[in-house]
Design a protein around this ligand. Structure first.
Ligand SMILES: NC(=O)c1ccc[n+]([C@@H]2O[C@H](COP(=O)([O-])OP(=O)(O)OC[C@H]3O[C@@H](n4cnc5c(N)ncnc54)[C@H](O)[C@@H]3O)[C@@H](O)[C@H]2O)c1
Length: 331
């Protein structure tokens, strides 16, 4: 009747580079802000608050003839107790013309790639071109993917500091990323000296599951770009609300970020109105301005859209077909 392909994490990694993922996510952002793609409400469930949860994100890209969903779970203890990644799941891509499934792709590899690519687009579109120093708050899977994304788009990036409350994770991060990016000067910024580390950075990336803000608005110097990646549900938040009131705000989806992104608290407390946020897709389409000056503080808030997964998974599946990679199932 029809054939469907299944790809594992290693296959995704060999078929799609970070540069490819940046192109895919840019396409998703443009289609979404152009009204050629839509998101359906996210389903989020805590099995055990702060330790085990899952979400289902889905959407339709009329402009690409695709729809699909991603289901991922997050289990905090997995790496230490079970030797498994904290995040696991699957992305299902379907044809909206024929209605048939096209393939199933590993959700962890895809999440890391497409979220790193989201951060890359935030930085490429909004950070100062001469940005040299980045601070990455979060030494986990996203901390790694976010650095991979920044390296792709910031030609002057030389110094990267990582920070998190977990010294062991910080040490492992620096060791691993030094061998992957030998031209960068990598160091650990002590969690206790966060104020100084933030004030020295041209680009700050937050990618932790924190539920209370840990970055004060006053620490962020003029000209800084901030990528807020970690807060992707109502209970999370990494940045002082005063920063949202002070910065030029850019988001992946206005509806999603005002509902459960980093800017949500500032919006709910009346510090900003809905028009204070601009979708990055509108900037990429040339319909809205980005950074206004070298002194502007820009903040990109990403909650993550299924469209990023669908379009990147579709590229992996098309390349896999050309190269005969993966397992094909006759349905
Ligand atoms: N925006 C998106 O599209 C998107 C995509 C993927 C993941 N995320 C989110 O990014 C966050 C990080 O995901 P990950 O896979 O890298 O997780 P991870 O478990 O691999 O790493 C988390 C890091 O945050 C630190 N951390 C944990 N609790 C903290 C706290 N309360 N305060 C400060 N630091 C803390 C840990 O020490 C670690 O360094 C999660 O909230 C996840 O849901 C967002």
């Amino acid at each position: 009747m029809y054939r469907m392909r299944v790809l594992n994490a290693a296959q995704v990694g060999s078929l799609v580079s970070m540069a490819d993922a940046v192109d895919c996510v840019e396409r998703a952002y443009r289609l979404y802000s152009d009204g050629q793609a839509s998101l359906w409400p996210t389903i989020y469930h805590d099995f055990e608050a702060g330790r085990r949860d899952m979400d289902i994100k889905s959407g339709h890209m009329e402009g690409a003839g695709l729809f699909g969903l991603k289901v991922v779970s997050w289990v905090a203890d997995n790496p230490l107790l079970r030797g498994l990644p904290a995040l696991a799941g699957l992305v299902l891509v379907m044809s909206s013309e024929r209605g048939v499934p096209l393939g199933i792709v590993d959700g962890m590899a895809l999440t890391n790639l497409r979220t790193g690519a989201a951060g890359a687009l935030g930085a490429r579109t909004l950070a100062r071109r001469d940005s040299r120093r980045a601070l990455i708050a979060g030494a986990g899977a996203q901390g790694r993917a976010q650095l991979e994304g920044l390296v792709e788009v910031l030609p002057e990036l030389k110094e990267v500091a990582v920070t998190s409350p977990d010294e062991r994770m910080n040490g492992l991060y620096v060791e691993e990323m030094r061998s992957r990016f030998p031209r960068l000067l990598l160091s650990v910024a002590p969690w206790g000296a966060l104020a100084e580390a933030v004030s020295e950075a041209d680009v700050v990336v937050t990618c932790t599951p924190a539920r209370e803000p840990f970055i004060d608005a006053d620490w962020v110097r003029p000209g800084t770009h901030v990528n807020a990646i970690g807060a992707d549900s109502k209970d999370k938040g990494e940045l002082d609300e005063a920063l949202a009131a002070r910065a030029s705000l850019f988001v992946d989806s206005r509806a999603q970020t005002l509902d459960h992104g980093e800017v949500r608290r500032a919006f709910e407390r009346g510090l900003i109105g809905p028009d204070a946020v601009t979708e990055i897709g509108a900037v990429l389409l040339g319909r809205a301005a980005g950074r206004r000056s070298d002194d502007d503080v820009t903040l990109f808030d990403s909650t993550g859209m299924a469209l990023q997964d669908i379009v990147t998974a579709d590229l992996a599946l098309r390349r896999a077909e050309e190269r005969g990679v993966g397992v094909v199932v006759d349905m």
